[in-house]
Design a protein around this ligand. Structure first.
Ligand SMILES: Nc1nc2c(c(=O)[nH]1)N[C@H]1C(S)=C(S)[C@@H](COP(=O)(O)O)O[C@H]1N2
Ligand SMILES: [Mo]
Length: 529
């Protein structure tokens, strides 16, 4: 009798595919951690997807996952990869070598993606090639294990059926077991390699270590201290100065760029009389200035939390531009990040004497956190981040709006991005469970570099009542507001709207974030019981 049943049955193909992809991915991540952190196959493919994504997809991702958009993307890539690998396993079981061809193609796709990154190195392609190659080899080896060799050993099977202790002697069962052990082993090895890779990466966070040792010089020009009465200190209300660990983070960098200040320099070039290069120690030797500025993301929806306010320490960009002497017909500065991101900022905004547009090195009394642009980023009061707040900045290219477009403007967002007048209700919280009686409604309002003069609140469609504004730190920051309310049992709709320093009231017209920022009045629906 010939027992040549596939050892894993119908499941052998998908099992082998999944085991092979886990092993291959592990090898890819581990070799990337050893060779070049940015070259991880996952990060390369994720980065390419982020860059290729249309702006509605960016909006949808931020809308669905908020600042967890990157984790969601990685989980999505992993799921798609598992499905493709399982299918490749089936293909390999039926029509070799096509499953291996799929693995090779995945490896090549990763290598191309890795090489196309702005910060790609000479060996960036290698981890993906290792991943694809090892995956294909594992697939071949595992599926060879699957088929029991032809036997005619009737005695063994007879013995097996009469003596349960001899059961594993059934050759098909033995091969099935061996196949599963090999597949499981491959997957476990792969997972260990992933863990090893991330441990290596964490251990070699030398830039984090450099940052930890760093002492920034004190400011030559300090900001006036936060006025008494700027912080209402209400539970649930955003702090007027956002702690660094609570500050929103939005960027296209799947792996946070690791820039050692010792290697950092800024080059100012393009339409200038003379190129200027500035090194880290030269920047720190300049008279640094402190300023409170509120940053906001253009993707922030009405009532959203992609906004924060910090005390920044840095040097005015206008002074550096003055050294380079921009030509008279330039009207834009394209700032470049080390990872290829770019932002287009109007030249006159950066040259404005009355605006603290700075190359920032400090945030709330510390060096910039690595994910907020360490060692140097731009901060420009009054403009959305995507046209001004370049993190890990390495180049200022003086140019013209009609000559080049920046990262997001190429993807359909407006080329000018002044922050729109907005207000938000923080208290009460939507689901906090409010009982009838005296309470308070509170929130924040902003239009950086313009300032807010009034906030009004409307309950259940009644008359607009003026809230009390806290003291603003400056026109470049948001301001807290509050208003007392006697809550009665039942369902309520609370709305708010701000008026800016120029007397203009926030528009009621709803608009999406794309292409130049959301508008409309926030409405909070709550039940008092
Ligand atoms: N290098 C780089 N800088 C960047 C971005 C980016 O994707 N890459 N995103 C910009 C956008 S859209 C915003 S809203 C701000 C957010 O800054 P934060 O993460 O420090 O809050 O950074 C800006 N600077
Ligand atoms: Mo943004």
């Amino acid at each position: 009798m010939v027992t040549s049943r596939p050892a894993g049955g119908r499941a052998a193909g998908p099992i082998a595919g999944v085991a092979a992809v886990v092993l291959g991915s592990g090898a890819g991540e581990l070799s990337a951690a050893l060779l070049a952190p940015g070259s991880s196959p996952f990060a390369a493919i994720g980065g390419a997807l982020i860059d290729a994504a249309p702006s509605w997809a960016k909006d949808a991702a931020i809308g669905l996952f908020g600042t967890g958009d990157k984790a969601a993307l990685l989980v999505g890539i992993a799921l798609v990869l598992l499905v493709v690998a399982a299918a490749a396993g089936v293909l390999e079981a039926r029509r070799p070598p096509w499953g291996r061809v799929v693995f090779a193609a995945l490896g090549i796709a990763g290598a191309v993606a890795a090489l196309s990154r702005a910060d790609a190195g000479l060996l960036s392609w290698l981890p993906s090639v290792i991943a694809g190659g090892l995956g294909a080899a594992a697939l071949l080896v595992l599926l060879r294990r699957r088929v029991a060799p032809a036997r005619s050993d009737e005695k063994a099977s007879a013995a097996a059926s009469s003596d349960p202790r001899m059961a594993p002697a059934d050759p098909a069962a033995l091969d099935r077991r061996r196949f599963l052990v090999w597949s499981g082993g491959a997957a476990v090895l792969g997972l260990l390699a992933v863990a090893g890779g991330s441990a290596l990466r964490a251990g070699s966070r030398s830039v984090e270590a450099v940052r930890g040792m760093l002492r920034l010089p004190s400011a030559a020009t300090t900001a006036a201290s936060v006025p008494a009465g700027a912080e209402l200190d209400l539970t649930g209300l955003a702090k007027v100065v956002t702690p660094n660990d609570a500050f929103y983070r939005i960027d296209t960098a799947l792996i946070v760029p690791q820039v050692d200040p010792a290697d950092w320099s800024l080059r100012i070039h393009g339409m200038v009389e003379k190129e200027v290069t500035l090194r880290w120690d030269e920047l720190l030797a300049l008279p640094l200035e402190e300023s409170y500025t509120t940053l906001s993301c253009v993707s922030n929806t009405v009532g959203g939390d992609l906004i924060g306010n910090a005390l920044w320490l840095g040097y005015p960009i206008r002074e550096l531009l003055a050294r380079a002497v921009p030509s008279a017909d330039a009207d834009m500065v394209l700032s470049h990040s080390i990872d290829g991101f770019t932002a287009s900022t109007p030249l006159d905004v950066l040259q404005d004497r009355d605006r603290a547009s700075i190359l920032a090195v400090g945030m709330n009394g510390e060096p910039l956190p690595v994910e907020h642009g360490f060692p140097v980023r731009m901060v420009v009061p009054g403009l959305y981040g995507y046209v001004s707040a370049t993190k890990w900045v390495t180049e200022l290219e003086v140019t013209r709006f009609d000559k080049v477009t920046a990262y997001w403007t190429t993807r359909g967002w407006s080329d000018r991005g002044p922050i729109k007048l907005q207000s938000r209700i923080d208290v009460p919280r939507r689901n906090q469970g409010l009982s009838p009686g005296d309470t308070v409604i509170a929130g924040v309002a902003w239009q950086p570099h313009v300032g807010v003069s009034k906030v009004e609140v409307q309950i259940d469609g009644g008359a607009w009542r003026e809230a009390t504004l806290a003291t603003a730190i400056s026109d470049d920051t948001w301001v807290q507001w509050s208003i007392p309310w006697t809550a009665e049992a039942g369902d309520h709709a609370i709305r708010c709207r701000a008026t800016n320093a120029g007397g203009e009231t926030q528009t009621e017209t709803d608009a999406w974030p794309a292409p130049d920022g959301a508008t409309g009045w926030q409405q909070l629906n709550i039940t008092v019981a």
